[in-house]
Design a protein around this ligand. Structure first.
Ligand SMILES: Nc1ncnc2c1ncn2[C@@H]1O[C@H](COP(=O)(O)OP(=O)(O)OP(=O)(O)O)[C@@H](O)[C@H]1O
Ligand SMILES: [Mg+2]
Length: 534
C-alpha cells in the first residue's frame, strides 16, 4: 500500500570485503538500498574509535593511519573458536564485529528508506560449515535483526538471475570470485524449482591474493632501489595495499597504470600493464579454473549441459576472468546481472519466498530481541503478479559438507569417519546405516557425529553426540544398531540410533552448533550496543 510504512523484507550479502543490503519494493522487485553516503556497496571494515564504531569506506581508508583500531576480512574468522581481537581495550569476537557491519547496513537502510527492517536473509559462501553458518546467524541476532535464514551465496545469485526466467530449464554455472573466497556452483532452474546440483570452491582465494602479487612486485622493486622493504613498515604497507587494489581495479578498464610507493621518505613509481598483471596472477586464475572442471564433474555434466555462465563478485569484472570463463566453458559469460549486487538481491527474493511460505496472506512474524514487537513485513502489499511468481519458487539445496559418524573399521581396528550423507546430496534427505557393537557385553553406544570429508577423525569437526544406553548386558559384539541421519532443508540434522534386538531408541537433534549461548549473545549485544555507529 503506497504511503504505508510496513517493515521491509531484506536480503544482506555479508561479504569478506564488501556488504550489500536489498529489499523488496511494492512491486515485488528487489532493490539495493544505498548507505547514508549514497553508496550501494559498504566495505566490511570497522574502525573502533573510543565509544564509536565506524563501518565502511572511512574505516577502510583509515586502515592506513590506524591499523591497530581497524578490523577487515572478519568473515575469514567466522566460527573460529576462541578468536578475538582486542580493540580499544575490549575483546571482540567475529560475531560481534560482523554484527556491527550488519547493524550499520540495517540502520542506514532504515534511515534512507524511512522504514523499519522487518526481517533479513543473510548469505554465506556455499563452503561455510554449520558452525560458520550459525556464527553468521548469531551475528545477525546480536545486531538485533530478525534472521529468517542464511542462504548460500550462489543460490542467491542464481535466484536473482532466474526469477524472471522461471518456467524454462536452465543450468547455471555460478562462478563467484570475491575479495576472499571462490565459490563455483552448478544450479538448475526447472519450472519453479531452483536446485543446487554441485558446489565447491576455495575458502582462501580471492581479490586480496591478486593484490598481494602487485604488492610483492612493487615491494621487491622498492627494495632493489632503496634497500628498504615497504612491507616491514606498517604505514607504508597499508598504503601500498590500498594502491595495489586500486591499480588492479583500474586495470579492468585501462591497459596501463602507475603505482606510487612511498616509505620512510623514499619513493618509487612503478608502471604496470594489464598483460604484466595478468602474467603475475596467472597461477591464481588457473587455480580458480580447476574448480570449474571439478564442479562440472561432481554434477555429472559436460559443458554442453550448461546454458548460462554467471559471473559473480567484484573480481569477475576483470577481463582475464571473463576470457578464461569463455575459453573453458565455450559460453559467453552473462552480463545481465550486476556481479556486486545480485547476491543481496537474491537474498531479498528468498526472504520474500520464505515470508510467503510462512504466512501466505498475512504478516510475517517480527521478532526483535526475542520478543514480538511489531507487525512484520506485509507480503500482501506486494504486487499480485510478483506475489504469484515468488509463491511458486522452491529453492532446494545440497549439504556442503559430508556428515558421518566415527566408527571402528573392522579390517584394521582404526577409528574412521564413516560418511552417511556425502556432500552435495540434495536436502532434505534421510539415510540409515547399520552398525555392530564393538565389544561383547556393550550396554551403551556413543555415536559421534562429524562433519568432514577425510577418513581421519582428526580432519573432521565434531558436531554432536547421540548416546544409546541401557542396552541389555551379556550380548556378543556385533549387536546391530541402525543409525539414521535426517537432514532437513533448513540445516537441522536429526540423528537417531535404534537397537535392532530390543527396539530401544535414542535421538538427538543437532542444531547448527552455536558457538554462543543465549547469555553470551545477550552480553555481546550489550557490548556492541554501547557503541555509536556514527
Ligand atoms: N572493477 C574491478 N576489477 C577488478 N577487481 C575488482 C573490481 N571491482 C572490485 N574488485 C575486487 O573484487 C573484490 C571484492 O569483491 P566482492 O565485493 O564481490 O567481494 P566480497 O563479496 O566481499 O567477498 P566474498 O564473496 O569473498 O565474501 C575486491 O578484491 C575488489 O578489489
Ligand atoms: Mg561475495
Amino acid at each position: 500500500m503506497p504511503g504505508e510504512k510496513v517493515p521491509m523484507i531484506c536480503g544482506i550479502d555479508l561479504g569478506t570485503t564488501n556488504s550489500v543490503i536489498a529489499y523488496i519494493d511494492d512491486h515485488g522487485k528487489a532493490q539495493v538500498i544505498p548507505n547514508t553516503d549514497n553508496e550501494r556497496i559498504t566495505p566490511s571494515v570497522v574502525l573502533f574509535d573510543g565509544a564509536e564504531a565506524v563501518v565502511g569506506k572511512i574505516a577502510k581508508n583509515s586502515a592506513v593511519t590506524a591499523p591497530e583500531s581497524v578490523v577487515q576480512f572478519i568473515k575469514r574468522h567466522m566460527g573460529e573458536d576462541g578468536w578475538t581481537q582486542t580493540l580499544c581495550g575490549k575483546p571482540y569476537t567475529p560475531e560481534m564485529i560482523s554484527a556491527l557491519i550488519l547493524r550499520k547496513l540495517a540502520q542506514d537502510a532504515e534511515t534512507v528508506m524511512g522504514r523499519k527492517v522487518g526481517s533479513v536473509v543473510i548469505t554465506v559462501p556455499a563452503y561455510f560449515n554449520e558452525i560458520e553458518r550459525k556464527a553468521t546467524q548469531d551475528a545477525g541476532i546480536i545486531a538485533g535483526l530478525n534472521v529468517l535464514s542464511v542462504l548460500n551465496e550462489p543460490t542467491a545469485a542464481a535466484l536473482a538471475y532466474g526469477l524472471d526466467r522461471l518456467g524454462q530449464r536452465k543450468r547455471v554455472l555460478v562462478y563467484d570470485l570475491g575479495g576472499g573466497t571462490l565459490d563455483v556452483t552448478v544450479v538448475q532452474i526447472e519450472g519453479t524449482k531452483i536446485d543446487v546440483l554441485a558446489t565447491d570452491g576455495e575458502r582462501r582465494l580471492g581479490g586480496i591474493d591478486w593484490d598481494d602479487e602487485v604488492i610483492n612486485t612493487v615491494a621487491e622493486k622498492f627494495k632493489t632501489e632503496h634497500q628498504i622493504d615497504p612491507r616491514t613498515d606498517l604505514d607504508a604497507y597499508q598504503d601500498l595495499r590500498t594502491k595495489a587494489e586500486d591499480a588492479k581495479i583500474a586495470l579492468s578498464k585501462l591497459e596501463k597504470v602507475r603505482i606510487l610507493c612511498q616509505c620512510q621518505g623514499r619513493t618509487i613509481k612503478v608502471e604496470l600493464t594489464r598483460s604484466e598483471f595478468e602474467r603475475m596472477t596467472k597461477a591464481q586464475l588457473e587455480q580458480t579454473e580447476t574448480y570449474l572442471g571439478v564442479v562440472l564433474a561432481k554434477a555429472k555434466l559436460t559443458w554442453k549441459d550448461i546454458d548460462v555462465v554467471l559471473p559473480v563478485g567484484g573480481m569477475t569484472r576483470m577481463p582475464a576472468v571473463r576470457e578464461m570463463l569463455r575459453r573453458i566453458t565455450g559460453i559467453e559469460p552473462d552480463a545481465s546481472v550486476n556481479p556486486d549486487e545480485c547476491v543481496a538481491i537474491g537474498a531479498a527474493y528468498y526472504n520474500a519466498v520464505l515470508s510467503m511460505h510462512q504466512a501466505p496472506e498475512a504478516t510475517t512474524a517480527l521478532w526483535l530481541n526475542g520478543e514480538r514487537t511489531a507487525p512484520g513485513a506485509l507480503i500482501k502489499d506486494i504486487d499480485a503478479k510478483a506475489r504469484g511468481l515468488l509463491q511458486g519458487v522452491e529453492v532446494t539445496n545440497v549439504n556442503s559438507h559430508s556428515l558421518g559418524i566415527i566408527g571402528i573399521r573392522k579390517s584394521d581396528g582404526r577409528m574412521v569417519n564413516d560418511i552417511l550423507i556425502p556432500r552435495n546430496t540434495p536436502i532434505p534427505v534421510e539415510r540409515t546405516k547399520t552398525y555392530g557393537t564393538a565389544t561383547a557385553n556393550q550396554v551403551s553406544v556413543q555415536i559421534k557425529v562429524v562433519e568432514g570429508e577425510g577418513e581421519d577423525p582428526e580432519d573432521c569437526v565434531e558436531i554432536g553426540t547421540c548416546v544409546l544406553s541401557e542396552l541389555p548386558a551379556g550380548r556378543d559384539a556385533g549387536a546391530k544398531v541402525d543409525v539414521t541421519f535426517r537432514y532437513d532443508a533448513d540445516g537441522r540434522l536429526e540423528v537417531s540410533a535404534r537397537d535392532r534386538a530390543t527396539g530401544k531408541e535414542a535421538k538427538v537433534e543437532i542444531q547448527r552448533k552455536s558457538g554462543m549461548t543465549q547469555a553470551q549473545i545477550t552480553d555481546a549485544k550489550a557490548a556492541i550496543g554501547g557503541l555509536d555507529l556514527g
